[in-house]
Design a binder for this molecule. Structure first.
Ligand code: AMP
Length: 293
């Protein structure tokens, strides 16, 4: 595995592969790698000639009161893990390399962002689409691997790729979880012992809601109330619990089609997110709630 810090060098390498007809699989990350990231890399390794992983904590996607400075970092360990997984290139640009001067042209995420983290973290997805557009133009990926743990991010980036005919395929990868259901996240290290014990309740409440939907519940409010009641049992400081059509993030009067049920909960030092995507039409076919379909 080669470690590359220069944008020009990374771009030259990728250009050569692209021209030679080699497929490039790309996994953009902010580092502090865990098994969620590794799952993306494994997928990439299976499906591409060349695998590139980037580690870049993107200041543009953090708000002024967010955790950019304290975001966990351990590049040496990240490098080792990527190397063990058979990654070809570990791209590690500096902030100055990615943002050498103020942008001449700004990108703004317009749709799919008026919900969840898009609404709670102003400018967050503008930062995400900006950095990914830059990275895509450096790496020329055939496939980009992204985790459904950040389902809104996948939807927003799919929108970017569609809008601008970016010649890449976004490959969504299922959320990797701890044995007790907690979604793996770099931010889990912020949890104290007690919070760590309570945190599996997030996924548990989503699963309860999923069962409710699978048993025929179609009223979004009823489902949201169930999740909030479950979270109240651990006195969770709820940032949001919301439900939308996926991937459009349109508001639903009645649950139908593909839906995303998502939550964000604040702990003392961490804000954790999780979600579950349910295909209600599939549920209908399987359970045959015909009048609901
Ligand atoms: P991050 O380093 O948090 O920006 O994440 C980099 C990529 O890894 C994103 O596409 C995330 O959605 C994905 N990811 C993070 N956590 C998980 C997880 N638990 N399971 C699957 N993918 C994940």
């Amino acid at each position: 595995m080669q470690v590359i810090t220069s944008v020009c060098e990374m771009q030259d390498i990728c250009k050569t592969y692209y021209r030679a007809g080699k497929t490039i699989g790309f996994v953009p990350t902010m580092g502090y790698l865990h098994e969620g990231h590794l799952a993306l890399m494994k997928e990439a390794r299976k499906e591409n000639d060349i695998v590139i992983v980037s580690v870049f904590v993107n200041p543009l996607q953090f708000g002024p009161n967010e955790d950019f400075e304290s975001y966990p970092r351990d590049v040496k360990r990240d490098e080792e893990l990527a190397n063990e997984l058979g990654v070809d290139y570990f791209f590690l640009p500096s902030i100055d390399a990615i943002y050498p001067e103020p942008l001449n042209t700004k990108l703004v995420a317009e749709r799919r962002v008026n919900a969840l983290c898009g609404r709670k973290r102003e400018g967050h997805f503008d930062g995400v689409v900006t950095v990914l557009t830059k990275l895509f133009n450096i790496v020329f990926p055939d496939h980009v691997y992204m985790g459904l743990k950040d389902a809104q991010q996948v939807a927003v980036v799919q929108g970017l790729v569609d809008d601008y005919y970016i010649p890449t395929k976004i490959v969504p990868v299922a959320t990797v979880r701890e044995a007790d259901g907690l979604a793996k996240s770099s931010r889990n290290v912020y949890l104290n012992d007690n919070e760590r014990k309570l945190a599996p309740k997030l996924y548990e409440s989503l699963q309860k809601a999923e069962r409710l939907v699978k048993n025929g519940e179609r009223n979004p409010e009823t489902v949201l109330t169930l999740v909030k009641d479950e979270l109240a049992k651990i006195n969770a400081d709820i940032d949001y619990v919301e439900i939308y059509a996926y991937p459009t993030f349109e508001i639903l009067e009645k649950l139908t089609g593909k839906i995303v049920l998502a939550l964000a909960v604040k702990f003392s030092q961490a804000r954790l997110i999780d979600n579950i995507i349910i295909d209600v039409s599939e549920v209908c076919r399987n359970v045959s709630y015909n009048d609901e379909c």
